[in-house]
Write a protein that binds this ligand. Structure first.
Ligand SMILES: [Zn+2]
Length: 253
């Protein structure tokens, strides 16, 4: 016998829905005794994006068995609801945001490292490896692959909506509220190692003549020994950060 339930998805969960189901109540027919998690994923929403499910006004966990004529409201992670005494489906948010990125997000990885965020990225990491590292090191997976978000063992992951790397960076900074944690010249863009200040004399043999002439402040990666300095690259980065921050102020955040 077919049963039915009414669903509504809130905020950015609508990104996963077809146009006719965005931001409206819609009816879903079902049979048997599916869990709410199975139904919601069948509708197309990865479970890692969900923080709260209300059924007929009460919070339920993912194991809840959907009943005939249920009314289901589904809210995203990080949504501020102002509702007390509800069952949040997430574990506690990770205290310090550290990341592992899928193979499509190399540029974004560079930008995050430029701003000082602990960001793992390899262009040859496969999905099982990314998931394993995420779980072992409590890293948030950033991905453009919805399939990866639906893997059962994944606990902390975010689907990056934007396609352009700079807009992706803005999206991630905003979503995880990272602006206060920006710390340039902290991470090596090449390998994610820690940077430390280094005296010019100690590395002078590795520098080009013009670099020696014009620059005095240098940093070196503790891991791969790459050398960075506050040159035009640094100026561009500062400008870029300021642009982003001004946009944030402009939007009232
Ligand atoms: Zn390095």
């Amino acid at each position: 016998m077919l049963k039915q339930a009414t669903f509504r998805f809130y905020e950015e969960l609508n990104d996963f829905l077809p146009l006719d189901k965005k931001k409206v109540d819609f009816v879903r027919l079902f049979s048997g005794n599916p869990s709410i998690k199975d139904i919601v994923e069948a509708i197309g929403i990865p479970h890692v994006e969900i923080d709260l499910i209300l059924v007929n006004g009460s919070s339920v966990d993912f194991k809840y068995i959907l009943q005939d004529n249920d009314r289901v409201s589904v809210y995203p992670v990080f949504e501020t609801l102002g509702i007390n005494n509800v069952t949040h489906l997430r574990a506690q948010p990770l205290r310090v945001s550290t990341f592992i990125l899928d193979v499509h997000l190399g540029k974004l990885a560079n930008y995050l490292r430029m701003l000082g965020f602990d960001t793992l990225y390899r262009n040859d990491n496969d999905d099982p490896e990314i998931i394993r590292i995420s779980l072992e090191e409590h890293r948030i997976i950033l991905t453009r692959d919805i399939g990866l978000l639906k893997v059962k063992s994944v606990t902390h992951a975010y689907f990056v909506r934007e396609q352009h790397p700079k807009r992706q960076l803005e999206e991630v900074l905003k979503h995880f509220d990272l602006y206060k944690d920006i710390s340039p010249f902290n991470r090596c863009i090449k390998c994610n190692g820690h940077l430390e200040p280094v005296e010019k004399e100690k590395i002078i043999q590795h520098l080009e003549p013009l670099t020696i002439k014009y620059f005095n402040v240098f940093f070196q990666c503790k891991n791969c020994r790459s050398i960075f300095w506050e040159g035009s690259h640094y100026e561009h980065m500062l400008e870029f950060i300021q642009t982003i921050q001004q946009e944030v102020i402009g939007t009232g955040l």
